[in-house]
Structures are given as structure tokens and as C-alpha cells.
Ligand binder design. Sequence first.
Ligand SMILES: Cc1ncc(COP(=O)(O)O)c(C=O)c1O
Length: 356
Amino acid sequence: MDIKKIVKSAVFSQKAYPVEERSCRIKLDANENPYPLPRALRRIISERLEAVSLNRYPAPGSPGLRKDFAQYYGVDEEMILIGNGSDELIHILLTAVDPRLSGSVMFPTPTFAMYGIIALNSGHNIIEVPLNGRLELDADAMLDIISDKDPPLIFLSYPNNPTGRCFDRDDIEKILEASSGLVVVDEAYFNFSGKTFMRDLDRWDNLVILRTLSKVGLAALRLGILIGHPLLIHHLNKVRLPYNVNIFSQVVGSLFVEHSGDFLELTDRIVSSRKWLFDELMAIEGINPYPSDANFILFSCFMEKDDVYARLIDRGVLVKNFASPDILKNCMRVTVGTEAENREFIESLKIVMQGE
Ligand SMILES: Cc1ncc(COP(=O)(O)O)c(C=O)c1O
């Protein structure tokens, strides 16, 4: 078998999304919520799951969840699409959109890696626009590309992963105004930023919002929510696989809406810890943290970064390292953990930076 003749060249030359397989005592690499679910909620989940018919397919299109999230967000049910994580929703968007030759998908870099990976695998030509030195959008460059090529799909992570800040709202509004393609504002970290375009859906029919339950303590469920124009949802539903969301996730997703206050208490705790972590990082010589609106902090390191990364692992602490040659070349990203995990990370980093 000549696999090169079988697999698309864009797939052949790709690297798979780099997920660190190493297990460490303190896992601060994947922007997860560090807190387990409160016991009372776990009990309710077990009770609800007892009533589930595992011999039947789950409801196609997750109608219960669509209703719950429509109410939760204050939008029409026809504006909601539920996915197996927002990764699947990104995949659905990229499958539905026409891969025009001149460049069909635009996003800033660095940003969430899956936009580029799924786009290339789906046959799109991508246009990457580097962030400026302040880690803001290069809005002029993006507006020039829109007036030249008008890409049918633009992704903006808000706040941006991995840089951490929300882009300037005026820049995003200009992009929404100028583009006739879809502008996806990915609000995966909304619960840590409090900033949203949800109230702007009436202003732009090409605005699409992504949310996820992965960052609020339910990463294992794989539940993402896309909010957009009903006509777009109608067509995306033809791309969605019939039973894309399993029954467990449908049941627990509804429970999130019912008990959102309990979940969001934990995200508030993360926001307080983020400030502590930022100040501590600031105080370490040779470390420069970037301000964050998310549940992680990007920091640059003036010592040999791969060495620092490896030595943190030796001490049982896993953060995210980047191999890219761009702005991130001296950077690592740490997820805000529990208070105890944050303390241990800081202590370990101090020791490593002192060359011990
Ligand atoms: C910006 C952004 N969007 C989407 C996702 C993926 O979310 P999900 O777990 O819902 O697939 C991530 C995950 O880290 C992310 O950083």
C-alpha cells in the first residue's frame, strides 16, 4: 500500500494535535477546571443516569439541551447547535463551508491549534495573521484580507488561547462589519472573562458564538454549544452526525443548566487564584507573565525554556510547552489549578529558575 497516494496531502503532512501523554502529579497543561464536582451533584448525576435507557440511541440533535441552553442564554432554540465538544462544532463549520481556492479560513496566530488542524484536514487554504507585539489583533491586516478575499470563515478566540487576553472589542466589531463570511467568536473561556458577544447576535447575522462546558468542570462530557443565525443552524444540522452527543452528556448537560450556580462558584474561585498566580509569577526573576482573562497564564522565560519545562516535570508539575518559532518561542502556559497546586507550581518554578 502506498499510503501517500491514499491520504490527502494536507493530512499526510500534518502533525496531530500535541496532547502530552505524560502523567504528572500536578497537571496544569490543558486548561481544565481542577476541582472535582461537589458530592451532592455527583449523587444527582448517578440518580439521573439510573433512569437512562442504554439500549436506545440518544435523542438526535439533543433537543432537551437545545431548549435548556436557549433559555440559559436567552436566545431562540433555532439558534442553537449542540456538539461533542466545541472541537466538533469547529469541524462541522469547516465541513459545511466552501473551501475556496484563495484562502477560505482566516485566524490570528498564535491561537487555538484546532482551527488550523481541522481546516487543513478539511481541504481549506488557511490565512494566518500574526498578532502584533502587544498580542492584539492586527486588525488592519485582517481588514485588508477581508476586502481582498472575503474569507467565508474567520475564527477569533475570545479570550485568545494561548495568549490569554480578550482582543479589542472595536477590532472585532470592525471585522464583523466588513466581512460577509461567518465570524466565529469562540468564547470557550467566557466564565473567566465575563466578556461576550452574546447580546450582539441581533446586530450581525454572520456572528457565530462558541461556548463549551469543558472549562467549567465538565471536560470529560465533551459538550460544546454553537449559537448563530437559524438559517446557518439549519444547514449545519445536515452536516452533524445524527447521534453526535451521547446520552450521558445530554443528561449531565441539562443538570449543568439547572445547577449552574454551583459550577460557577468554582470558576469564581479560579479567577481569584489567577490574580495570586500572576503576582507570584511577576515576582520571579527571569519570568514574565502576560495578563489573562482566562483560566491560564502565558509566561515567557529567560532561561533555556525546554530545560525549565523538563525540570518542572521532574518535580511532578506539568505545564504546556510550545514548539513554535513565533511569539511563543520563549513561552509556556500554566493552567490555574487549586490553591495548593498553584503554590507547589510556584515553589517548583522558583527552585528551577535558581538553577537548583
Ligand atoms: C479557544 C478554544 N476553543 C475550543 C476549545 C475546545 O473545547 P472543547 O473541549 O469543547 O472541544 C478549546 C480547548 O482548549 C479552546 O482553547
